[in-house]
Write a protein of this length. Structure first.
Length: 345
């Protein structure tokens, strides 16, 4: 059994009465052929397209699968990651049948494109190589208006409040503190600074006395070199129609409320109030006749009804008199009782 490598040996042939001959062949023993390396970068299959970009401070997981022609995992192989200042061995995972390593992109890579070599070899198999290209970039950012829109509408001479977040889209968090040195705005010949007084990642500035017209305001961020900051534009519209539109909306609301109230009153009037009060009581009593339960109707006696009417008329007349009201006795009631008794006799 020969190992992988190159072997030289001599073969001699001779016979009596014949000239001897010698030959020195070279035997080259190669390893068994393998499939191409399978490359995964942060879980993404990049075998056919070994280009990948990653942000500063992110971890890079490099995984390789080394197989023979039958697709069987080749164990105990030496798999190396080689680059500018990089020489690392990938660790075998016998459970998942792969070789992998995790590197810090900021420590192992340089800003821009990095050309790497991944080499896999085993004593009985051919050496296989793949060349990934890793681009290390700055962290992407995004300026986001707190109110959700970059358009601000105000009346001429009013003030516009600019309120923004600076968002780290790679690590999905707000950028605040020392990472942002200054946030400025430029508006025509004016310029100024947005401040984060609460250190919560929201930057604000108030612009007073905005003249009539449409104005463009540009936000610029200056901060740590690891971030890629881009400009952002706000549009400020100072239009006299803003106040007129607001007044129209208020008047329209009042008109709608008044119309609904008037319509409701007319409906109730046609259905109920158009009839005199006694008729309404009768109509109400008629509706109760359909119910199984006997309606409760209060019927006053003659004496009680007379006393109630008498007091009501007396109170009305006493309003026009000065001083205390005169208390009167009720001789009339006695006469009425006597007459009623005499009739009975």
């Amino acid at each position: 059994n020969l190992s992988v490598g190159e072997f030289r040996f001599d073969i001699a042939a001779h016979r009596i009465n014949y000239e001897a001959r010698r030959i020195s062949p070279i035997l080259i023993v190669t390893g068994q052929p393998t499939l191409n390396l399978e490359l995964y970068l942060n879980g993404e299959n990049k075998t056919s397209d070994p280009f990948f970009d990653i942000a500063i401070n992110k971890l890079l997981n490099i995984t390789v699968k080394y197989k023979d022609l039958t697709g069987t995992h080749i164990p105990d192989a030496t798999v190396q990651l080689i680059g500018d200042g990089i020489e690392e061995n990938l660790i075998e995972d016998s459970v998942f049948k792969q070789y992998s390593i995790i590197i810090n992109s900021t420590i192992k890579l340089t800003l821009g494109q990095n050309s790497l070599i991944i080499k896999a070899e085993e004593a009985n198999f051919q050496e296989t190589i793949i060349n990934p290209r890793i681009t290390l970039r700055r962290i992407n950012t995004e300026i986001t208006p707190v109110l959700g829109s970059n358009k601000i509408k105000i009346a001429p001479g009013g003030r516009a409040t600019i309120l923004i977040y600076i968002y780290d889209t790679d690590f999905e968090k707000r950028i605040k503190g020392a990472a942002v040195r200054v946030v400025t705005y430029v508006w025509g010949n004016r310029e100024g600074i947005l401040t984060d007084s609460d250190n919560d990642g929201s930057y604000e500035v108030v612009i007073n006395n905005v003249p009539e017209g449409t104005h463009s305001l540009i936000i610029n961020v200056f901060g740590s070199n690891i971030y890629n900051f881009e400009s952002y534009e706000f549009i400020i519209i100072a239009d006299v129609q803003k106040g007129g539109l607001l007044l129209f909306q208020v008047l329209l609301t009042i008109f709608i409320i008044t119309s609904v109230g008037l319509g409701g009153y007319l409906y109730v009037y046609q259905k109920v109030l158009i009839f005199p009060k006694p008729v309404r009581k009768v109509r109400k009593f008629q509706r109760t006749l359909r119910k199984a339960k006997t309606p409760r109707v209060d019927i006053l006696g003659r004496k009680k009804a007379f006393d109630s009417t008498y007091k009501e008329e007396l109170n009305k007349s006493s309003r026009f008199l000065k001083g205390k009201s005169i208390k009167t006795k009720k001789p009339i009631m006695g006469e009425i009782r006597i007459k009623e008794k005499s009739k009975q006799l």
